[in-house]
Write a protein of this length. Structure first.
Lengths: 294, 263
C-alpha cells in the first residue's frame, strides 16, 4: 500500500474538517467578542480600527468565546508547566475525575453483567427487573446526584465512592441491555447441541452464552465508559467538589473564566476519546483471540 | 410391552401434536418402529412428514404426546442424560470462537474427560473424518463439507453407540455429498455404530441404509419400512446395479402412495 491513498482517504478528509472548524471558531470568536471591544472604545470616547478590533478579540482575559490558541495555551500551561500534584494542574483534576470514572465503570460493569445473567436465567427477574432498569434511566441524573451524595455522606461514605456510584448509575444500563441481548444471541441449534450433551446451565453460560455475548459486551462497554465520565463530572458539579474536571468547570463559570471552562471541556473530551480508544483496542484483542475473521 | 434387548430404538404408537397459534398440528401419529443395534436406518419423506421430529424425539429434544418410545432400553430423557447418542444437525453448528479441535473437545469438556484423554480422542476422530492437520483451524477457514465433517467428528468424540444425523449433507453439493456418503459408510463399518439418518434424497437413502423408513406428511406417519438387500460393502458404482434401482423404485412408490401431489 502506498502512502498516497492513505493520505487522500484518511488524513485529508479529517484535516479538511479540522481546518473548517478552526476557521469557523476564529470567526465566531471575533464576532462574539467584538461588542465588548466596541463598548470599551465607546466608553473611552474613541473609535477602534478593524485591525485592532480583530487583534483584541483574540486576546481578551474573559472572552465570551475564547480563541483556539487561547484554549490550547491554557491547556499547555496547566498540563505541562504545572507539577501534577498542584491544585492548578489540569492533569491532577483529570486524574481525580478519571479515578471516579474508572471505579464507577468497574462497579457498573460487574453490576450490569450480574443483572443480565439473572435476567436471562430467571423468568421472574426478566419480568420484574427490566422495567425498573429502564425507569432508572428516565430520572434526570442532575437531580439525583446531590441526593446520592447527601445520603451517602449521612452514612459516612464520602470522597471517591459517591461520585463513582453516580457513574455506576449511568453505566450499568448499557451493559445490562447489551448483555441481555448478547447472552440470548446463541442460535437454537447451538443451544440444542448443549442439551444433547446434558450440559448444566452454568456450562451453557460459560461455554456458549458468554463467548457469544462478547461483541455485544464491548459495544456496551464503549458506551458505558463514555457516560461513566459524564457521570463523574456531573457528580462533581452540584456537590461543591473542590477537585476534578467538574469542579474546574464550576469554578470557571463562577468567576467567568471561560478559557478555563473550555480547557477543562477539551480535557474531558480528550479523556473520553482515550478511554473509548482503549476499550476499542481491548475489543480488537479479544476478537482476535476468539478467532475472528481478519 | 418390553423391547427386545438388541433394540436400540423402539417406538409404539408414537404421536406428537404441537399446540400452535393456529390450533394443534399433528407432526407424528401412530409410529411403530424397531431399530436394532448396528442398523443404518434412513428416514425419507417430503418436508413436513415428521422425519426430523422423530429424530428429535429420540434425542429428547421434543417430547411425544402419545405412545411410548425407548432408547437403549430407557426413556429418551435418561438416554440423553447418559450421553448415549451423538447428534449431527443440518448445519455444522460449530462454535465460531473455538478451533476445530476445541469444538471437538466441547462435549468432552462438558462430560469431564481428562485433558490427556481429550487429546487422544480428538486425534482419533479427526483421522476418522479425514481432517488430520486441520485441528488448529477456525471453522470459517474450512469449506462447508469440511465443517460438516468436523461436526461429525464432534458427535463421534465421546463414543456414543448411537449416531443421529439430521440431513447432515443437505446443504452440500452433489460431488462433496457422494464423497461424504462413501466416507460415512466406511466409518460405520469401522465403528459398528447404530446410525439414524434423515434425508430427502432417494439415492442417498438407498446407498447408505440397511433399513429405509418411508414417511408421508399431514399427518406425519410411516408408510413403508424397506430392508435393503444390498451387501454391506458398497462402492459408489453399486448405484447403477439393477438391485439398487429396484429398491430405489420401491422407495419412490412408497413416497408416491403416501403423498397426494394435488395439494
Amino acid at each position: 500500500m502506498s502512502t498516497a491513498p492513505r493520505f487522500r482517504d484518511k488524513i485529508l478528509p479529517v484535516a479538511t474538517i479540522l481546518v473548517a472548524i478552526v476557521v469557523l471558531w476564529y470567526g465566531a470568536a471575533a464576532w462574539l467578542n467584538a461588542p465588548f471591544e466596541r463598548d470599551t472604545a465607546a466608553r473611552a470616547g474613541t473609535t477602534i480600527a478593524l485591525t485592532d478590533l480583530l487583534k483584541n478579540t483574540m486576546a481578551q482575559e474573559r472572552p465570551v468565546l475564547p480563541a483556539p490558541h487561547q484554549v490550547f495555551a491554557e491547556l499547555w500551561d496547566t498540563t505541562v508547566n504545572k507539577p501534577i500534584t498542584s491544585k492548578r494542574s489540569l492533569v491532577y483534576h483529570a486524574w481525580v475525575t478519571l479515578s471516579a470514572t474508572l471505579l464507577g465503570f468497574a462497579i457498573g460493569t460487574v453490576l450490569g453483567i450480574l443483572l443480565a445473567i439473572g435476567i436471562v436465567h430467571n423468568r421472574a427477574m426478566d419480568r420484574s427487573l427490566m422495567p425498573w432498569v429502564i425507569a432508572s434511566q428516565t430520572v434526570p441524573i442532575l437531580a439525583v446526584a446531590p441526593m446520592i451524595i447527601v445520603v451517602l455522606n449521612a452514612i459516612g461514605l464520602s470522597g471517591l465512592l459517591p461520585k463513582a456510584l453516580i457513574s455506576t448509575y449511568l453505566s450499568f444500563f448499557p451493559i445490562v441491555v447489551g448483555m441481555v441481548k448478547g447472552l440470548r444471541s446463541p442460535e437454537q441449534i447451538q443451544l440444542d447441541l448443549m442439551r444433547t450433551y446434558d450440559a448444566s446451565a452454568a456450562q451453557v453460560l460459560t461455554k456458549l452464552r458468554w463467548p457469544a455475548a462478547m461483541p455485544y459486551l464491548f459495544t456496551s462497554l464503549k458506551v458505558a465508559i463514555a457516560i461513566s465520565l459524564v457521570g463523574a463530572i456531573v457528580g462533581e458539579l452540584p456537590t461543591g467538589a473542590v477537585a476534578g474536571l467538574g469542579a474546574r468547570l464550576l469554578a470557571g463559570s463562577y468567576y467567568g473564566q471561560t478559557v478555563q471552562i473550555w480547557s477543562a471541556l477539551f480535557m474531558a473530551a480528550g479523556l473520553a476519546a482515550v478511554l473509548v480508544l482503549v476499550v476499542g483496542m481491548l475489543h480488537a484483542m479479544v476478537l482476535k483471540r476468539m478467532g475472528a475473521r481478519p | 410391552m418390553t423391547p427386545s434387548p438388541a433394540s436400540v430404538v423402539s417406538a409404539r404408537k408414537l404421536g406428537l401434536t404441537f399446540a400452535t397459534a393456529d390450533g394443534p398440528v399433528t407432526a407424528l401419529t401412530g409410529v411403530d418402529l424397531e431399530i436394532a443395534k448396528g442398523d443404518f436406518v434412513s428416514f425419507i419423506g417430503p418436508s413436513g412428514c415428521g422425519k426430523t421430529t422423530f429424530l428429535r424425539v429420540i434425542a429428547d429434544l421434543e417430547r411425544p404426546t402419545e405412545g411410548t418410545i425407548t432408547v437403549n432400553g430407557t426413556t429418551p430423557e435418561d438416554a440423553r442424560k447418559n450421553r448415549s447418542y451423538g447428534y449431527v444437525f443440518q448445519a455444522a453448528a460449530l462454535y465460531p470462537w473455538r478451533t476445530i479441535e476445541d469444538n471437538i473437545a466441547l462435549p468432552l469438556e462438558i462430560m469431564g474427560t481428562p485433558k490427556e484423554e481429550r487429546k487422544k480422542r480428538i486425534e482419533r476422530v479427526l483421522a476418522l473424518v479425514n481432517l488430520t492437520g486441520f485441528g488448529r483451524k477456525f471453522p470459517w477457514q474450512l469449506s462447508g463439507g469440511m465443517q460438516q465433517r468436523a461436526s461429525i467428528a464432534r458427535a463421534l468424540a465421546f463414543d456414543a453407540d448411537l449416531l443421529l444425523m439430521d440431513e447432515p449433507f443437505g446443504a452440500l453439493d452433489e460431488i462433496v455429498r457422494d464423497h461424504l456418503n462413501e466416507q460415512l459408510l466406511k466409518l460405520w463399518a469401522q465403528t459398528d455404530k447404530t446410525i439414524c439418518f434423515v434425508t430427502h434424497s432417494i439415492p442417498e437413502a438407498v446407498y447408505l441404509s440397511t433399513k429405509i423408513v418411508v414417511m408421508s406428511p399431514r399427518p406425519g406417519r410411516v408408510t413403508d419400512v424397506i430392508t435393503s438387500t444390498l451387501p454391506k460393502e458398497r462402492p459408489l458404482g453399486i448405484r447403477e446395479t439393477p438391485e439398487f434401482l429396484e429398491i430405489a423404485s420401491r422407495v419412490r412408490d412408497g413416497l408416491r402412495a403416501g403423498h397426494s401431489y394435488d395439494e
